[in-house]
Design a protein around this ligand. Structure first.
Ligand SMILES: *[C@@H]1O[C@H](CO)[C@@H](O)[C@H](O)[C@H]1NC(C)=O
Ligand SMILES: *[C@@H]1O[C@H](CO)[C@@H](O)[C@H](O)[C@H]1NC(C)=O
Ligand SMILES: *[C@@H]1O[C@H](CO)[C@@H](O)[C@H](O)[C@H]1NC(C)=O
Ligand SMILES: *[C@@H]1O[C@H](CO)[C@@H](O)[C@H](O)[C@H]1NC(C)=O
Ligand SMILES: *[C@@H]1O[C@H](CO)[C@@H](O)[C@H](O)[C@H]1NC(C)=O
Ligand SMILES: *[C@@H]1O[C@H](CO)[C@@H](O)[C@H](O)[C@H]1NC(C)=O
Ligand SMILES: *[C@@H]1O[C@H](CO)[C@@H](O)[C@H](O)[C@H]1NC(C)=O
Length: 330
């Protein structure tokens, strides 16, 4: 090979290297976009719902079709997560569940729409460590549920039931179609919001994907369709935050748990999740979050599972926080 050929070859290699760098280490977009799927996969039989999902909803998840000329009222619904064993303790922490209500002027019928976990919150926040399966096993699907009726007492007594606007039947039907698409493509629950610090200019690394995010998406969709929404009171929502420096990408399940070279990382991830029990009540979960707090303060380290991939978060104060903060209507 001549010197010129060698140089050309080196240049080519450098170029390939640059391309590779751009692809693998190119500037990361924050927050990492939540991954959408073509359709919802069947549920693994290992995952068992303690409470059946959406027991009174339409079996095929259909929403009623409103007459175009109908006037449909929209309600903001919020109630403390209530745990049978512990009463309203979680209300004191402002751990709230959010939903949207609708009522038709023409038929008088009303409806509730919410988005929640198929296998309860603990299962969406922490995986199962199965003796026979090396990779942590997640039962973390969430979905939309639309059903007849609004239980006024349930929402209004310790929470909120407030009419925030009206839409036409046409707008409702357009929203209904969007709900189906959203429900087909956004399939798993994400408890945590990860960001760089508590200040107003913080960088958000990961957004949560939970019941309140669904409510915000619905409001945005309705506003985009022309609806005007307004509330007389402050519209606050529960957020569960992790605080960390810039996260680093580790890989997906097969990359980490299928490669002998990454055995130490795989074991470390398993060790990290070991203290957390996923099959737990919401109250046990609050305790687990406190344990999580101790662990992340000690190790300054958190393994986050997002888009079916693992990330490492270099944790920093105040580490973990549950807030109840305002998110204005669109
Ligand atoms: C969490 O998942 C496990 C395994 O699928 C299941 O046995 C348990 O009932 C679920 N937890 C709750 C609270 O439903
Ligand atoms: C959303 O998907 C779940 C799971 O497949 C289904 O049970 C539910 O009926 C769907 N909801 C709507 C509103 O389409
Ligand atoms: C929903 O309908 C029920 C039954 O008609 C009624 O008792 C309740 O007040 C209605 N709620 C709203 C918010 O429209
Ligand atoms: C509201 O809170 C009270 C006291 O905390 C409780 O006894 C009651 O059952 C709650 N109501 C509803 C509808 O959850
Ligand atoms: C946030 O950013 C804005 C605009 O760059 C700046 O004016 C403001 O002082 C910053 N606030 C904090 C708390 O850093
Ligand atoms: C996991 O990551 C590897 C390597 O980055 C990739 O080749 C593979 O397709 C991914 N698997 C899934 C299920 O996404
Ligand atoms: C609602 O949020 C605002 C701003 O985020 C906060 O100042 C206020 O204290 C919150 N209200 C409650 C009841 O926590």
């Amino acid at each position: 090979m001549s010197l010129r050929e060698v140089l050309a070859c080196v240049k080519l290699l450098l170029l390939l290297h640059v391309v590779a760098e751009l692809r693998s280490d190119g500037p990361q977009r924050w927050p990492v976009p939540y991954r959408r799927f073509d359709r919802r996969p069947p549920v693994d039989p290992y995952c068992e719902a303690f409470y059946p999902f959406c027991p009174t909803g339409d079996r095929d998840g259909r929403l009623p079709r409103m007459r175009d000329s109908d006037v449909v009222s929209v309600y903001r619904l919020q109630t403390p997560v209530w745990e049978f064993k512990y009463g309203d303790a979680l209300g004191k922490f402002h751990i709230m569940h959010d939903a949207v209500g609708f009522s038709s002027l023409e038929t008088g019928a009303n409806y509730t729409m919410e988005w929640y976990e198929l296998f309860q919150l603990g299962n969406c926040t922490f995986p199962h460590l199965r003796p026979d399966v090396f990779a942590p096993f997640w039962c973390n699907q969430g979905a939309a549920c639309f059903f007849d009726g609004i239980d006024d007492l349930h929402w209004s007594q310790n929470g909120t039931l407030e009419k925030i606007g009206e839409v036409t039947g046409t707008q409702f039907n357009a929203m209904a179609q969007w709900v189906q698409e959203d429900n087909q493509t956004g399939i798993y629950y994400e408890t945590w919001t990860a960001r760089s610090d508590p200040g107003p200019n913080a960088t958000v690394w990961f957004e949560s994907y939970d019941c309140s995010q669904f409510v915000h998406r619905t409001y945005r969709k309705l506003a985009q369709l022309g609806a005007k929404l307004s509330s007389r009171s402050q519209t606050n929502y529960t957020k569960i935050y992790l605080y960390s420096g810039e996260p680093s990408y580790l890989g997906n399940e097969s990359a980490i748990f299928g490669q002998p070279a990454l055995k130490n990382l795989a074991l470390d991830i398993r060790r990290f999740y070991h203290p957390f029990r996923p099959h737990q009540s919401i109250f046990d979960l609050a305790f687990s979050l406190l344990e999580a707090y101790e662990e992340v303060v000690m190790d300054k380290s958190f393994y986050l599972y997002y888009n079916f991939e693992y990330w490492h978060l270099p944790m920093k104060p105040p580490y973990v926080q549950i807030t109840y903060e305002e998110v204005p209507l669109p």
